[in-house]
Design a protein around this ligand. Structure first.
Ligand code: CO8
Length: 258
């Protein structure tokens, strides 16, 4: 598929997806979501890719869903087509790790797709927000749910009800982002972290991601049981044998993704 709204690249075992609609601050149109899903399919199928970085430009990760595309739509248009839902869900179901490298605006759907990633590295100029309320609508790609789980009810409620933006420092304090990086270093740092993850055992990394994600979906008791079963199952893999042998033998592990 030829892409009009994203650019993909690889650096070693890291897949990079750059949102690229500069004239609209990377507003997320339906075509962009189709392309994003296609790129994710490719990276998921590619055994040589161990982790993905999703990014935008220095000015905007993404300033939300495309308001001009949504503006003429009726309820029946969006309901019957499940507007933007199927393709955008692809990011949430992607099995390899995805790091959001966010600079500039991550608003509305932009904030929501950043939160679908496994963690967010923020440039010092990053701005997060759910401004849909100012457009007479509400977040529709998980913002009211994921933001509330990430930063707690009070801050999420304030942001969703007022549409105010949160800067990088506040986002880090609130637990929305894992770390802040100077803007000039953002991509190098994101690719470096993704590269470190990509050196590990891919199946074990996927199991670890599944297990952390389980914490969002279930009770503590069930989550702990899930983790325990997955922990035990890692002992059936060659990579667990290799990882522990390498430690005992004081050498670097050579994971085979088995
Ligand atoms: N959609 C379409 N175009 C946009 C968007 C957008 N979300 N954001 C910016 N643009 C366009 C502008 O129209 C402008 O185009 P043009 O040059 O042709 O006039 C260009 O990008 C540059 O924007 P500005 O001139 O406004 O740039 P500023 O630096 O002055 O302002 C802002 C930057 C503050 C980010 C401003 O552009 C803004 O407020 N944008 C809209 C932010 C917003 O409201 N986002 C939420 C959108 S709704 C949403 O995301 C819902 C997601 C859920 C979908 C659920 C489906 C199931």
């Amino acid at each position: 598929m030829a892409y009009n709204n994203i650019v993909i690249d690889t650096k070693g075992a890291v897949g990079i997806i750059r949102l690229d609609r500069p004239k609209a601050l990377n507003a997320l149109c339906a075509e962009l979501f189709i392309e994003l899903a296609d790129a994710l399919d490719k990276f998921e199928a590619d055994e040589a890719i161990g982790a993905v970085v999703l990014t935008g430009s220095d000015k905007a990760f993404a300033a939300g869903a495309d308001i001009l595309e949504m503006q003429p739509k009726t309820y029946m248009d969006v309901y019957k087509t499940n507007f933007l839902c199927n393709e955008s869900e692809r990011l949430a179901t992607f099995r390899k790790p995805v790091i959001a490298a966010v600079a500039g605006y991550a608003l509305g759907g932009g904030c929501e797709i950043a939160m679908m990633c496994d963690f967010i590295l923020a440039a010092d100029n990053a701005q997060f927000g759910q401004p849909e309320i100012k457009l007479g609508t509400i977040p529709g790609l998980g913002g009211t749910q994921r933001l509330t789980r990430a930063v707690g009810k009070s801050k999420a409620m304030e942001m969703c009800l007022t549409g105010r933006m949160m800067g990088a420092e506040e986002a880090e304090r609130a637990g929305l982002v894992s770390r802040i990086v100077p803007l000039a270093d953002l991509m190098d740092e994101a690719v470096k972290v993704a590269g470190e993850i990509a050196k590990l055992s891919q199946p074990i990394v996927m199991m670890c991601k599944e297990s952390v994600n389980k914490a969002y979906e279930t009770t503590l008791r069930e989550g702990i049981m899930f983790e325990r079963r997955v922990f035990h199952s890692t002992f059936s893999t060659e990579d667990q044998k290799e990882g522990m042998s390498a430690f005992a033998e004081k050498r670097s592990p050579n994971f085979k993704n088995r």
